[in-house]
Design a protein around this ligand. Structure first.
Ligand SMILES: CC(C)(COP(=O)(O)OP(=O)(O)OC[C@H]1O[C@@H](n2cnc3c(N)ncnc32)[C@H](O)[C@@H]1OP(=O)(O)O)[C@@H](O)C(=O)NCCC(=O)NCCS
Length: 178
């Protein structure tokens, strides 16, 4: 559990998600999905029951995964997850996802969540950090570039967002020199 200063003189608490966070996390993800332009899942594709979300949280308690929540005044305002490759052949890779509630963006919460997970992945031995982002998501791309990620490749028209084909950008950060 860590406390981190963010902008506007505020402090957030970052910790691992617990089973009891299930209903609040579900609402958090639902709100993000309602925006329809950032997440792969549409609102109706989000796990509906608290039990399903609890199972999801449990899965992320495994040693090669981590799910973090960021709390401001005791309320979940952001979340981020990391998965380290589950096989010997991809154990050196770690993928990331991050989401901050609309009202709290631009305050440094996404940066704080990502830095914590990146540190954890590196400590676990990950060498290639990677993520997938819609080419239309300028704010997220700016965040990842700031953290040292670079574009590895682009998959043209990989997503259909509101009846428009959008490219997928794969960004990577190697923590060793190749
Ligand atoms: C992407 C996201 C996680 C960033 O979180 P955040 O808390 O807003 O990010 P931060 O405040 O830490 O800002 C990180 C960087 O993004 C960039 N940024 C912030 N606001 C921006 C804006 N309005 N336009 C462009 N870039 C912006 C800046 O480079 C900023 O770093 P700086 O403030 O040190 O210059 C957040 O916007 C979000 O949840 N978006 C919706 C979900 C999503 O897109 N998830 C990622 C899917 S791949």
């Amino acid at each position: 559990m860590i406390k981190t200063k963010i902008r506007y003189g505020k402090e957030i608490l970052i910790r691992d998600a617990e089973k009891y966070d299930a209903s609040e996390l579900l609402r958090h993800i639902q709100k993000l999905a309602d925006e329809r332009i950032y997440l792969l899942m549409e609102p109706e594709e989000i796990p509906k029951t608290i039990e399903e979300e609890e199972r999801f949280i449990e899965i992320y308690r495994k040693k090669n995964r981590r799910l973090l929540v960021a709390l401001l005044d005791g309320k979940i305002v952001g979340s981020a997850d990391c998965r380290i490759g589950g096989f010997r052949k991809n154990r050196h890779t770690a993928s990331f996802g991050v989401a901050v509630r609309k009202e709290y963006r631009g305050a440094g919460i996404g940066t704080a969540l990502m830095k914590e997970l990146m540190k954890w992945a590196e400590n676990k031995g990950a060498k290639k950090l990677w993520l997938s982002v819609f080419s239309t998501n300028g704010r997220a791309i700016a965040l990842y570039e700031k953290l040292g990620f670079q574009v590895e490749c682009v998959r043209k028209g990989q997503f259909n967002v509101n009846v428009k084909y959008v490219d997928e950008i794969i960004m990577v950060k190697w923590v060793i020199s190749l």
